[in-house]
Design a protein around this ligand. Sequence first.
Ligand code: DGL
Length: 262
Amino acid sequence: MIREDNSVDRRLDPVGVFDSGVGGISALREMIRVLPAETFIYYGDIRNAPYGTKSTDEVISCARAVVRKLLDQKIKALVIACNTATGAAAATLRRELSIPVIGMEPALKPASEIRKNGRILVLATPLTLHQEKFNRLMEKYGEGAERVPCNGLMELVEKEDFSGAEQYLRKLFSGFDMAQVDAVVLGCTHYVFLKDMIRDMIPAETAITEGSEGTARQLRRILQKNDLLNEQGEGRVILQTSGTEKDIRLMRKLLEKDKMGR
Ligand code: DGL
């Protein structure tokens, strides 16, 4: 569409969203709810998953390759729907790109606000928990918080192995006195699909925090601020992957499904 001043209306361009796999679909669902008129291109970099056990440089190069594909499709903004890739690559991408870049980080701040005197468990990938960015977050909001690296858990979500995930999580929580835990932070977008399962496993008083809603609201704010917000018409979702057709089917299923693993 051409605007009155003859410039192309950037507001109609899609928002690019990516993760190492299907996890970012949990954040995408919130984005669609908050921004129903936007078109989203979601890219799951499944061929290169997991990111969480790679080095920072490897994740930066994976992220750059994905972003090139999304830029070719004229995205107006980029959402890194992955805590790991945000920690490793957001600063670099922000320096290199001229479009707004929105990232995700473990929802430790809201957990610290809920905390009474107990502990906070931050479940995330090893790379997220070792990043400088996460250290800074811990310095600010990390009182009582403990890093809980969950190697192998995202793979169980990718495989839809929910009984495996249940076993994994039961074992993990049995290592803590959960009555002393005020909050569990789901610091990886894949784990959000296990939220109901986790809810049933831990005391009702223990809060669960995660970043999808905050990310969707942040995207809305940034689009508005940059005069890129599209509020008219019906949005679309385009799913893409470096993986296979089967992966696209799983993404679609997760996008449409209400609850996982139940
Ligand atoms: N879903 C990703 C995150 O939010 C990472 C999973 C991975 O690739 O290890 O951290």
